[in-house]
Design a protein around this ligand. Structure first.
Ligand code: MV4
Length: 500
């Protein structure tokens, strides 16, 4: 057991603040790191101490392992929380941190490494009977052998890069004639993007749902799951809306998925917070895809329905404590929805829209949580992810959580930049989302820029038509009056122009 007195958060923005808030509640001093672009950022102001790492680009600041470790030594920091992104799933970083005698608030470097490779992850869990998509267990070396495997699985198949993530390096193959070409492309893409050309094949599940399970493990071999998050509403592998629980997961399915997730965690002696990702087909069969060995962006929906502060548990586990609860202590309370507010223009192909937050007023009230890292008047830097905020609502039913989200979106006032708020409201009102009948193709299936135009009900449209006729008739009357006055008895004056 080793008490943490001072925690450095190797991150920026909302997640850095989110982590420091919990640390402060636990009586732990906080250290922020920042780049020159983030000098005046809220996470820097919030921290007890702050260290500048370098210029704006993350490879000259937030990714500098040596500088971060040196800052810990200079300030007598005893633990590092990596947040998400940046160095959070870098096994070498986790290793270097612990070699420097600093606690890494996260899993072991070995677990990060195994789960960082999709093939290694599949191999690690293969003996536990966890459902996986039919496919190859090893990297493809022989094209003819791969082709015959593909034929026996049945097309379409998906080629995936073992080192890939977030959809990078994936290729769908519809029929055998395309196989060889796509395979070569996938290999060279994987080689240049990840420095690892290993690829494998899986049966392609055409329109899956993405459902993931939050897990927590300690150093004593205890692992629990904190139910599922539904993350199917995404755009080009970027999640847009997440919720917990999922509208389609029954109690029995939840239990089976939860148990499978715990097995995945145990297969790599996992400790800390992690997420086991599954895809779910139309028949609600679920298949293990990969494990994310970090705190995820969408962790708040799990916190809202369980009442567990995941960062607090991460810190306690890192100090060596046993989990303070067992599986049977965890219950789902109500429903939570999260939207990601990005500085992107949904009317313009979601291009990042940078600039100054001219107005920035957060929604408030019962069941509303906003996790953000900006303030009114600040510029959104171009160097990092364009996410401005996460807006989370919680209520006792899914219906009420969605209605509360619409209310909160309408209260949110952001000017100076375009945001995805209106797009999220479109999702929140869409019949497919409301009914729960959607998958990862939701956005491409239903969204066009016109979806954002003002929506009118039939009653409102009749009212508009009636009032248009009225205005037209009254204008005609005015025009007749003017014409009658224009009998040249009077010169055209300003008074008459005003009538027009
Ligand atoms: C799949 C799949 C269909 N079949 N694997 C995309 C990201 C990576 N985590 C795994 N992904 C997928 N793997 C098989 N065998 C479809 C996807 C996929 C997807 C998965 C989760 C969330 C969004 C997605 C969007 C498109 C494709």
């Amino acid at each position: 057991m080793k008490k943490i007195h001072k925690l450095l958060v190797a991150n920026r923005g909302e997640i850095s603040l989110r982590i420091m808030r919990t640390a402060r509640e636990m009586g732990i001093k906080t250290v922020a790191v920042y780049s020159e672009a983030d000098r005046h950022a809220p996470h820097v102001k919030y921290a007890d101490e702050a260290v500048c790492l370098g210029p704006a680009p993350s490879n000259q600041s937030y990714l500098l392992i040596d500088k971060i470790i040196q800052a810990c030594k200079d300030l007598q920091v005893d633990a590092i929380h990596p947040g998400y992104g940046f160095l959070s799933e870098n096994a070498k970083f986790a290793q270097r941190v612990s070699e420097a005698g600093i606690i890494f608030v996260g899993p072991s470097p070995q677990a990060i490494e195994v789960m960082g490779s999709k093939l290694a992850a599949k191999q690690a869990v293969s003996k536990y009977g966890i459902p996986m998509v039919p496919g190859t267990e090893e990297a493809i070396s022989d094209i003819d052998e791969a082709k015959s495997t593909a034929a026996s699985i049945g097309y379409p198949i998906l080629i995936k890069a073992s080192a890939g993530g977030g959809g990078k390096g994936m290729r769908i193959v519809e029929k055998e004639e395309e196989f060889e070409e796509q395979m070569q492309r996938a290999i060279s893409e994987a080689q240049s993007a990840f420095g690892d050309g290993a690829v494998f094949i899986e049966k392609y599940i055409t329109s899956p749902r993405h459902i993931e399970i939050q897990v927590l493990g300690d150093h004593h071999g205890n692992v629990v799951h904190l139910f599922e998050r539904e993350c199917s509403v995404q755009r080009r592998h970027q999640k847009v809306v997440e919720e917990a629980p999922s509208a389609v997961v029954s109690e029995a399915m939840r239990q089976r998925m939860g148990e499978a997730a715990i097995m995945v965690a145990k297969a790599c002696d996992y400790y800390g917070a992690g997420t086991v990702e599954f895809i779910v087909d139309e028949a609600l069969n679920f298949y293990f895809l990969e494990m994310n060995t970090r705190l995820q962006v969408e962790h708040p929906v799990t916190e809202m329905i369980t009442g567990v502060d995941l960062v607090k548990e991460q810190i306690l586990v890192a100090e060596g404590h046993q989990l303070s609860f067992g599986q049977e202590d965890l219950k789902i309370h109500g429903h939570a929805v999260e939207i990601r507010v990005y500085a992107e223009d949904p009317k313009n192909n979601f291009l990042p829209d940078i600039g100054k937050l001219q107005t920035y007023t957060r929604p408030q009230g019962s069941g509303v949580r906003v996790d953000d890292g900006f303030e009114q008047g600040m510029d959104i830097p171009i160097y990092y992810d364009p996410m401005i905020a996460k807006l989370i609502t919680h209520a006792d039913t899914r219906e009420k959580a969605m209605d509360r989200m619409i209310r909160a979106i309408e209260e949110y006032q952001i000017t100076g930049i375009e945001t995805t708020l209106g797009f999220c409201k479109f999702v929140m009102k869409h019949e497919a989302f409301r009914s729960g009948d959607f998958d990862t193709k939701f956005v491409e299936r239903y969204f066009t820029p016109e979806s954002l135009d003002e929506q009118w009900t039939d009653d409102e449209l009749s009212l508009l038509a009636a009032s248009a006729v009225e205005i037209f008739e009254s204008s005609k009357k005015d025009l007749r009056k003017i014409k009658s006055l224009q009998g040249d008895q009077f010169p055209r004056t300003k008074w008459k122009n005003r009538l027009l």
